[in-house]
Design a protein around this ligand. Structure first.
Ligand SMILES: C[S@@+](CC[C@H](N)C(=O)[O-])C[C@H]1O[C@@H](n2cnc3c(N)ncnc32)[C@H](O)[C@@H]1O
Length: 243
């Protein structure tokens, strides 16, 4: 199968939105890891008045992690899938959280404009057709010194981590997703991770896009060597990123 992109991917997520929250609830550490990555933006000590973009917010799991890590921040949560967004918007949110339907590639056309103090993207970048273009747009939308945290399935490059990823997908994720009628999306998930950058390659991609202080931070549990937070900063102000 080829990877799903753009409209095909949005339609697949529309369908999967019905069971997305239940599936991620069965994934140990999913929400705790998002909260850890949100804290790794390194902004938790001055959150009031911050403007943060949650790119690829889905049903709002990453948005909730940001709202907890950054109380009082204005959070603009964006997703291409109407179905995922509908689930997100139906939840209870603190003041200052808004949802916008847009692809990451066409933020300006959807009226999503910077500057943002931080951009968070959880499980998004494997899905976009041109990650370099999206990173460029993200950089342009950040204030000088603004923070980026990308929380992503980015393999370590070690054969054992790739084998664990394939084992989890074949042994649990794909059988369940196929029963739910979402087999194509979760086959896309498996393959997009295997074919995407390793964590080190993604960090180099982020540097090439003009970010500084780029660091790859691990996450624990079965996701060790499989899921990482890549934190970075738009050049322009001398502040520390990641914890
Ligand atoms: C795996 S979900 C992750 C959702 C959420 N960030 C979380 O942590 O649970 C990926 C989300 O990215 C969205 N997405 C994929 N490609 C996109 C694009 N090019 N522009 C905007 N959203 C996109 C999908 O619709 C989906 O809701």
């Amino acid at each position: 199968m080829t990877l799903l992109r753009d409209e095909d991917l949005a339609v697949a997520f529309d369908h999967a939105s019905r069971s997305y929250d239940a599936l991620v609830a069965a994934n140990p550490g999913y929400h705790a890891h998002l909260r850890r990555s949100a804290r790794r933006l390194g902004l938790s000590d001055r959150t009031e008045g911050l403007r943060v973009l949650d790119l690829g917010c889905g049903t709002g799991a990453s948005t909730a992690a940001l709202a907890e890590a950054l109380p009082g921040a204005e959070i603009v949560a964006v997703d291409a899938s109407a179905g995922m967004l509908e689930r997100a918007a139906a939840k209870r949110w603190p003041q200052g959280v808004t949802f916008v339907q847009s692809s990451a590639e066409r933020l300006a056309q959807a009226g999503v404009r910077g500057p943002f103090d931080a951009v968070f993207a959880a499980y998004l970048f494997r899905n976009v057709a041109d990650p370099d273009a999206v990173l460029g747009a993200v950089r342009a939308a950040l204030v000088p010194g603004g923070r980026l945290a990308v929380h992503e399935y980015t393999l370590s490059g070690r054969a054992v981590d790739r084998a664990v990823w394939t084992g989890v997908c074949r042994g649990f994720v794909l059988p369940v997703a196929t029963l739910l009628g979402d087999g194509d999306l979760y086959r896309h998930l498996w393959r997009s991770v295997v074919e995407f950058d390793t964590a080190g390659d993604f960090a180099r991609r982020v540097r090439r896009a003009g970010f500084t202080d780029v660091r790859v931070l691990p996450l624990p549990g079965w996701q060790t060597g499989i899921t990482h937070t890549v934190v970075a900063r738009r050049p322009g102000e001398d502040t520390e990123v990641g914890r």
